[in-house]
Design a protein around this ligand. Sequence first.
Ligand code: SF4
Ligand code: ZN
Length: 303
Amino acid sequence: MPCKFCELSPVIKLQNNITLCKSCFTKYFERKTFKTIKQFNLIEKGDHIVAACSGGKDSLSLLYLLNKLANKKIDISITALLIDEGIKGYRDKSIEDAKKFCEENNIKLHIASYKNNLSKTLDEMKTKFKDTIACSMCGVFRRSLLNKTSRELGANKLATGHNLDDEAQSILMNQFRHNIALSARLGPKTGVKRDPRFIPRIKPFYFLTEKEVATYAFLKGLVSKFNECTYCEESYRFEIRDLLNNIEEKYPGTKHSIVASFIETLPILKEKFKNQEISSCKICKEPSSSEICNVCTLIKKMV
Ligand code: SF4
Ligand code: ZN
């Protein structure tokens, strides 16, 4: 089937069976991103946005588009922030891609590493704690370091390349684990109430699928190959991703439905958890809902 709009050869078939050529798909992708930004008021004049950058397809597409906005003389500034977990054979490669991209596009890149901030790389932690799933440590450390470093860099927003697949996975994971309070923090713009210690997160690719982001990144020449973390197969998310992909194949539109249903219930969830007290961790003084935050709890276990 040719492109729905111009009859050229297609590069992608969307979930609703519409096929698009390179040029029409690029327009569709950018329009959908900017529509999400507008609809959820993700970006305002004067914003200093730190964009989480892993050097992969999602984050480079995000940086590319945010930079495009900044160059349009909309009054925003962009800094890329890369978290170096210290994963040999994976992160070291993507750091090079991120550095190259930022240099070519004149974007400031800041690198925060587990080694400097937590005294160990993820590989070292994993060697010492063989039975601990890498992602359960890594996720806690990365979230905290992204927030803390964005705050130190003076940002008022933290943009991430999360796509529709990521969000559908998070919704299901929280549901399966009865972690509804965590779901209240999801959505295109996170945060239940304003707290200066938390930098609000924005997700401009919220309604775009992983396949769409990957296609965009390839077509724009932002990445040449996909690189997956060596530990990803250990994770619960990996299982949920497989499960969702299988259901999506049989019942197209499932991921969109999960996210669309969630968006309808999100205001109720935010209302329910709006009075949840966030105090400060007794050890590191970072925001925490318990006396000692998850980062310090994990660090204590490691010494
Ligand atoms: Fe960290 Fe897991 Fe992601 Fe690898 S897959 S970077 S270990 S969270
Ligand atoms: Zn702490």
